[in-house]
Structures are given as structure tokens and as C-alpha cells.
Design a protein around this ligand. Structure first.
Ligand code: HEC
Length: 114
């Protein structure tokens, strides 16, 4: 009985977890735009402007690890917020995977995959 309950709980949390796209819509599109192209409603007022995430190379590195670090720690001196205190590790990783997918849309302009 207890196992069944646990399984049901696990299943609900899996079903209810947000996808990378949903997390991006909620936390990032206001600046980076719905497709990550840097044209969100909040973008015009910002300097430096939010990145077009579909265009490499990235300023802070193209690999999953630097992307995860940018999302977790933010970029000081810019509007890019740190999400490390507001999102779970799992959510941060889902977002990093999502951004990685966006970054490959227009080919890879990066020399390295650091
Ligand atoms: C309030 C506006 C704002 C929000 C919200 C925001 N960003 Fe940013 N983001 C920026 C700006 C501005 C930059 C550019 C910083 C720079 O050029 O130095 C940036 C840069 C980045 C970069 C670095 C790209 C590079 O060239 O290395 C990544 C990755 C990124 N954002 C991902 C995200 C993700 C994922 C989210 C949501 C969890 C998010 N951002 C939410 C404004 C925002």
C-alpha cells in the first residue's frame, strides 16, 4: 500500500513537472523572446540587450556547463538575473538543455565546446 502511494506521488510530480519550454516561457521569454531570439517585450529598454539565444557564438561559452553557470549566477552589470536561488537544480538543468537546443538551431559558430 505504501509503495503504491509512493508510486502515485512520484507519478504526479513527474506529470506536473514543467518542460524546458514552459520554464523558458515563464522565466526568460520576457527578455529573450518566445523563440529565444532576443526580442521579448522587455528587451528594448535593456543595454546590453538580451542575447539572441539561437545565434552562436555565445559570449560566455557555448557548452552546457557555461550556460548552466550563466543561468544560475546571472551576468553582473547586465539585466540577466541569477536564477540559482529561485529555481531548483533540476529546473536549472532543464533550462540549460533547452538553451543548448536553441543554440544549435542556426548551426554552431563556436570553435570550442567548452
Ligand atoms: C530581465 C531580462 C532577462 C531575463 C528575464 C533573462 N535574461 Fe538571459 N540575458 C539577459 C541579458 C541582458 C543578457 C546579455 C548579457 C550580456 O550581453 O552580457 C542575457 C544573457 C543570457 C545568456 C548568455 C548568452 C551568452 O552570450 O553567453 C544566457 C545563456 C541566458 N541569458 C539565458 C537566460 C535564461 C535561460 C533565462 C530564463 C531562466 C534568462 N536568460 C532570463 C536578460 C535576461
Amino acid at each position: 500500500m505504501r509503495t503504491l502511494l509512493l508510486a502515485a506521488l512520484l507519478l504526479t510530480s513527474v506529470v506536473r513537472a514543467e518542460t524546458g519550454q514552459e520554464l523558458f516561457d515563464r522565466h526568460c521569454q520576457v527578455c529573450h523572446g518566445p523563440q529565444g531570439e532576443g526580442n521579448g517585450p522587455g528587451a528594448q529598454a535593456l543595454d546590453p540587450a538580451p542575447r539572441d539565444l539561437t545565434l552562436r557564438p555565445y559570449k560566455y561559452g557555448c557548452g552546457r556547463r557555461p550556460i548552466l553557470r550563466t543561468i544560475t549566477e546571472g551576468v553582473s552589470g547586465t539585466a540577466m538575473p541569477a536564477f540559482g536561488n529561485t529555481l531548483s537544480q533540476g529546473e536549472l538543468e532543464q533550462l540549460a538543455d533547452f538553451v543548448l537546443k536553441l543554440s544549435r538551431q542556426k548551426g554552431c559558430g563556436c570553435k570550442t565546446h567548452q
